[in-house]
Design a protein around this ligand. Structure first.
Ligand code: AMP
Length: 166
């Protein structure tokens, strides 16, 4: 979808994929296979579209799910990280007790663009005492360099489909 949510942004809308039973099942199964291989013991998804895939992948992999939330959503004292987006800035928060004793975490989101969101989530996982076992995305926009930034930070990255351009 061109020019959404702002002029100049080519928005990759996952709604049609979610509505297609075979595409949804296949996406979740492929991501869950990577989670199993990574040896993660929990799946964490970034609000909001990371919740859809992350929770489904957690169920498929037989693991629990931790929501990494936008500010002010959790009814507890949280820890947080501020970060820059492809459009605007934001903050992620999590339960400080979510990843005790080096818990190995699989991060899941619908799409990686600049990698700012995923790097903030990885920082948050580390702040909460966990370790990122892998970072998984349905869509990669390789021209924006996010997956490479994550790999440069030593994170194991897997994506299902890539689109040229922004
Ligand atoms: P980034 O932090 O730049 O890697 O952006 C990734 C996050 O922003 C993900 O949660 C995506 O859902 C969302 N996002 C960024 N760019 C796009 C885009 N072009 N189309 C759809 N979602 C996007």
């Amino acid at each position: 979808m061109p020019d959404f949510p702002k002029p100049g942004i080519q928005f990759r809308d996952i709604t049609t994929l979610l509505a297609d039973p075979a595409a949804l099942r296949t996406s979740v199964a492929l991501l869950a296979a990577q989670v199993r291989q990574s040896g993660a013991s929990v799946v964490a998804g970034m609000e909001a579209r990371g919740f859809i895939f992350g929770a489904a992948v957690a169920i498929e992999a037989g693991l629990g799910f931790v929501p990494i939330r936008k500010p002010g959503k959790l009814p507890i004292e949280t820890i947080g990280v501020d970060y820059a987006l492809e459009y605007g800035t934001d903050r992620l928060e999590v339960d400080p007790g979510a990843f005790p004793n080096g818990t190995r975490v699989a991060l899941v989101d619908d799409l990686i663009a600049t990698g700012g969101t995923a790097l903030a989530a990885a920082e948050l996982v580390a702040k909460a005492g966990g370790e990122v076992a892998s970072a998984l995305f349905v869509i990669d926009l390789p021209d924006l360099g996010g997956a490479d930034r994550l790999r440069g930070a030593g994170i194991d990255v897997h994506t299902l489909i890539a689109f040229d351009g922004e």
